[in-house]
Design a protein around this ligand. Structure first.
Ligand SMILES: Nc1ncnc2c1ncn2[C@@H]1O[C@H](COP(=O)(O)OP(=O)(O)OP(=O)(O)O)[C@@H](O)[C@H]1O
Ligand SMILES: [Mg+2]
Length: 400
């Protein structure tokens, strides 16, 4: 099998329910197309963090092997997303003097990035991603760090971070799985690349990802993420609520959730017999209330985020939902009512026709990661060599 080369970008998303991989071929003459996809249930992970190293490595390898097989290439580099419940966003800023006529070199830029991270993150947190760079020379906005001229350069950036021990363990898992992480990206940033257009991202949009294990709300404007909040419950919790209240298995509860969603159910729902209990009928209204109460909690979280950022009148792009939970039947109507905003479900671009509509949502983050990866410049060996590997490699890929 050939190696995935510079014309391929690979995205890998570690979700609570599954690991997904997307291989994007972006050779100039072929345009862009998804060359392969992979999926594996995420064993050894708990909401983005490694809980069992060997199992986690196995899950990653299985998802990657499937993508390698379908794309017909060997994968050694990935763009990674693995959202964790303690993820946070901080705005950082650093100032430095620049000589007249000499623009800032890459080494200085890397140091600047490290200073931003050190200055804005709480103790015990490590950066997942630096994004949303803004530059000012003597207080005036300039388009990039190569502003030239002399004076005081101020660099502002948004740092997305999570607990450092979990981030380190995650990277260890990928190293031991034989993969090099080219870049880590927050889930909503990856999803944005797959479901939003440039205008929405510029004008302001709220992206809400209701996954299996958590819900994230991210405010994206001026083309990058401004703020993000994580709520530690998602569609998987609806399934477990139903299983507990209806006294049934997770499989049966999952069926009730996907068949009925948030639509009112008249009469009774028939549940398959489970050990010790025969076939049973449970009131449809009970299932409806269970699902609705978890969703109300999620909408209250979103409303809290909108209030905190004072976004009520400033969301031209409205609210875009992604993640498996956003496929719950009837959820968008309830969301529009509870959030008093235009809402829509995000459709992932570039999903191959061979993937069913029911499964296509799964690949949103992986495809978004690959699309972002395809748009990035490779780092030069010489510049990397001066500063060593590890964090510096990742810092390098934050270069705008
Ligand atoms: N049609 C549907 N109706 C209701 N729920 C659905 C539907 N399709 C998928 N789901 C739910 O979506 C969840 C999986 O979504 P997704 O793949 O986005 O999660 P994940 O990425 O693994 O988790 P996370 O993002 O929290 O780490 C599961 O709980 C699944 O039951
Ligand atoms: Mg997810």
């Amino acid at each position: 099998m050939a190696k995935a080369d510079k014309d391929m970008a690979v995205g890998l998303d570690v979700g609570a329910s599954g690991i997904t991989v997307a291989v994007l071929n972006h050779a100039a003459d072929a345009g862009q197309e998804i060359a392969g996809l992979g999926f594996s249930p995420s064993v050894g992970f708990d909401r983005g963090a490694v809980t069992g190293l060997d199992d986690a490595i196995g899950s990653v390898r299985r998802a990657v092997a499937e993508a390698e097989l379908t794309a017909g290439v060997n994968i050694s580099f990935v763009h990674l997303c693995s959202d964790m419940p303690d993820m946070l966003v901080r705005l950082g800023s650093v100032k430095r003097q620049i000589d007249g006529g000499r623009s800032m070199g890459r080494r200085e830029l890397l140091e600047t990035h490290e200073q931003i991270i050190n200055g804005c993150l709480p103790a015990g947190y490590a950066a997942i991603q630096l994004t949303g760079f803004r530059y000012y020379v003597d207080g005036k906005p300039v388009s990039n760090f190569r502003g030239g001229g002399g004076g005081e350069l101020q660099v502002e950036a948004v740092a997305v971070a999570a607990g450092s021990s979990r981030v380190e363990e995650l990277h260890r898992c990928f190293t031991e799985a034989g993969l090099k992480v080219k870049q880590t990206v927050a889930g909503p940033v990856a999803a944005a690349a797959a479901v939003l257009d440039g205008v929405e991202q510029e004008l302001g949009v709220l992206l809400v990802d209701i996954g299996a294990g958590m819900t994230r709300a991210a405010y994206i404007n001026h083309g990058s993420i401004s703020d993000l909040a994580v709520f530690p419950a998602g569609a998987g919790h609806i399934t477990s609520d139903l299983a507990v209240v209806l006294h049934t298995t997770l499989e049966e509860a999952e069926k009730v959730k996907t068949i009925h969603g948030i639509r009112p159910v008249q009469g009774h729902i028939k549940l398959r017999p489970i050990s010790g209990l025969g076939e049973r009928n449970v009131p449809g209204d009970l299932a409806h209330r269970v699902i609705k109460s978890r969703l109300e909690e999620i909408f209250e979280f979103i409303n809290g985020f909108i209030r905190k950022l004072d976004l009520t009148d400033t969301l031209p792009g409205g609210i875009v939902f992604t993640g498996g939970g956003s496929r719950l039947a009837g959820i968008l109507d309830l969301a529009a009512e509870r959030l008093s905003m235009p809402v829509r479900g995000g459709t992932c671009r570039m999903v191959p026709e061979t993937v069913s509509r029911e499964e296509s949502y799964r690949y949103t983050n992986a495809i978004g990661l690959a699309l972002r990866g395809a748009g990035q410049r490779p780092a030069t060996r010489r510049a990397r060599g001066r500063l060593g590997g590890g964090l510096v490699d990742r810092l390098f890929h934050w270069l705008p």
